[in-house]
Design a protein around this ligand. Structure first.
Ligand code: TMP
Length: 212
């Protein structure tokens, strides 16, 4: 794309992953501020969600019982909408995109947690986002027992995934770690059972190394 005779450089796409209660949110906000402080435009968004339709699908996905394959398909349907309306246009105009969860979550939750065959996700992934993958993914890794204590301390109503038993979250964690081992350059595993400030510094150092 040409603008003022200069080629617009595609923005970077950063995603955050981890089991429920891993503590991504605080750090996502810090990363967004950090990128902005370097004079860059950044879009902060989430999955499932990120568009009006996607947020409606999120409501269903987090609270309605449904067939496990319907759940996986709706995750990808929401993702298609999100990519078309938010992520792809933002990256094309040179904005950075910081996204709370993306396709790694489907592999971890619907694959590891629910036990669906990952071949199905590979097909859907190729359809829904072709060659577009995150440039960098932070995997906040924490034992399920620590994560569930954090969620309990918040004292709020739990969604469908948060209500799952510890063994579900242990399988989700395992699937995430396997994906990180298969893509060590893209997926940076952060020990999320450390003081907030230590985690924050590790995350910002990695972003700095990747060229902010
Ligand atoms: P959040 O609470 O981090 O916003 O995530 C919403 C929930 O949706 C979380 O429990 C993980 C789940 N999820 C999936 O099961 N599959 C997916 O593909 C995505 C994006 C999220």
């Amino acid at each position: 794309m040409e603008q003022n005779n200069q080629t617009v450089q595609r923005g970077k796409f950063i995603t955050f992953e981890g089991i429920d209660g891993a503590g991504k949110s605080t750090h996502i906000a810090a990363v967004v501020e950090f990128i902005k402080s370097h004079g860059l435009a950044v879009v902060s968004t989430r999955e499932p969600g990120g568009t009006p339709l996607g947020e409606k699908l999120r409501e269903l996905l987090l609270h309605e019982e449904m067939h496990l394959e319907t759940e996986a398909l709706l995750m990808f349907a929401a993702r298609r909408e999100h990519l078309a309306r938010v992520i792809e246009p933002a990256l094309a105009r040179g904005d950075w995109v910081v996204c709370d969860r993306f396709s790694d979550a489907t592999y971890a939750y619907q694959g590891g947690g629910r036990g669906l065959d990952k071949i199905k996700f590979e097909t859907l992934e190729a359809w829904v986002h072709g060659h577009l993958h995150p440039d960098l993914t932070f995997l906040f890794d924490v034992p399920p027992a620590v994560a569930s204590q954090r969620i309990a301390a918040q004292g709020r109503d739990l969604d469908k995934f948060e209500q799952e038993r510890t063994d579900f979250h242990a399988r989700v964690r395992q699937a995430y770690l396997e994906r990180a081992a298969a893509a060590p350059q893209r997926i940076q595993v952060i020990n999320a059972d450390q003081p907030l400030e230590v985690i924050r510094q590790q995350v910002l150092d990695i972003i700095n190394q990747r060229g902010v």
